[in-house]
Design a binder for this molecule. Structure first.
Ligand SMILES: [Zn+2]
Length: 298
């Protein structure tokens, strides 16, 4: 197995310097498909980089080639923010890119030319700051049938289906080219935890089995959830939230405890019906109206 370090050079920044996007080609030396793994389209979601690094540390009996972009958006990653400060464009709304566009669109255009050689692409994301996501695939419901086989072989417990498509996503643009692709969210963008590294490794392995780079694809049971069937819980009061982190992903009605002032009281935060906690605020101090959790309504 050979890992080739490559740099994709995309021009130009206002000072004339190019953006350099690092990527890696893992060549197994065996016949097989070419598959893509993409992370950090959003610069504050750098947790997936660690998962990819862990993946590369282990020797697997791979076939074919894997193209890995661990840092798809270096200008956003460098400032640890969702978007680049140069043009403020959300990279995952800029695909398949524009050759004569702003820098984020140019980066997408150059990366897309490489990713087009893949038959299957996994797009890795993490929860926003202080939001911890249980592993979940996210997809436009209108495309579910296009990737149902892939989704059924992916080691994620939940598949979130949105009724309206997001415009110009990486996955949408690849599917337009008949390339199998899916977005997976897990963990929190800025928090590096062994528990979610291991979950991420399992997801990557299941994806590569389906893609044909690792042998023996196996099926996983996952629960499809429409966005309508998801309850968004915001904090009713400001305070200090201790999340029920042990049950993230599990079915419960208990989200955590909220300590409030000046009375220094503690209140259990519960939902009207039990559901699977998909995302949870893990940041402690919370202001009234901020997102506490996403939970299914079942
Ligand atoms: Zn993201």
């Amino acid at each position: 197995m050979e890992i080739e370090n490559k740099i994709l050079t995309v021009g130009e920044l206002p000072d004339g310097s190019p953006v350099r996007i690092p990527y890696f080609i893992v060549d197994s030396g065996e016949k097989g498909p070419t598959t893509g793994l993409v992370a950090t389209q959003h610069g504050n979601e750098f947790f997936s980089i660690v998962i990819l690094k862990e993946f590369l540390k282990t020797k697997y009996p791979l076939k074919g080639k894997i193209i890995i972009f661990p840092v798809a958006n270096p200008p956003a990653y460098n400032v640890k923010e969702r978007t680049s400060r140069i043009d403020r464009k959300d990279m995952n709304r800029c695909w398949p890119g524009k050759e004569d566009g702003v820098i984020t669109e140019k980066m997408c255009c150059s990366m897309f030319q490489i990713l087009e050689s893949c038959s299957c692409v996994l797009d890795l994301h993490n929860g926003n700051d202080n939001i911890l996501d249980t592993p979940q695939a996210r997809l436009y419901a209108g495309r579910y049938n296009d990737v149902r086989d892939l989704a059924e072989h992916l080691d994620v417990p939940f598949i979130l289906l949105r009724k309206e498509p997001l415009e110009n996503t990486l996955v949408g643009s690849l599917l337009d080219k008949n390339i199998q692709a899916i977005t997976v969210e897990l963990g929190e963008g800025r928090r590096i935890t062994n528990f979610y590294i291991n979950k991420g490794l399992k997801i990557i392995k299941s994806f590569l089995r389906h893609a044909g780079n690792l042998s023996r694809a196996c099926r996983f049971e996952s629960i499809p959830i429409y966005y309508d069937n998801m309850r968004i819980v915001t904090a009713e009061h400001s305070g200090l939230f201790s999340p029920n982190i042990q049950q993230l992903g599990a079915k419960t009605d208990f989200l955590g405890n909220l300590i409030t002032f000046p009375d220094f009281s503690e209140k259990r935060i519960c939902t009207p019906t039990k559901g699977h906690i998909l995302s949870l605020w893990v940041g402690g101090v919370i202001a009234g109206g901020e997102l506490l959790a996403r939970i299914t309504k079942d």
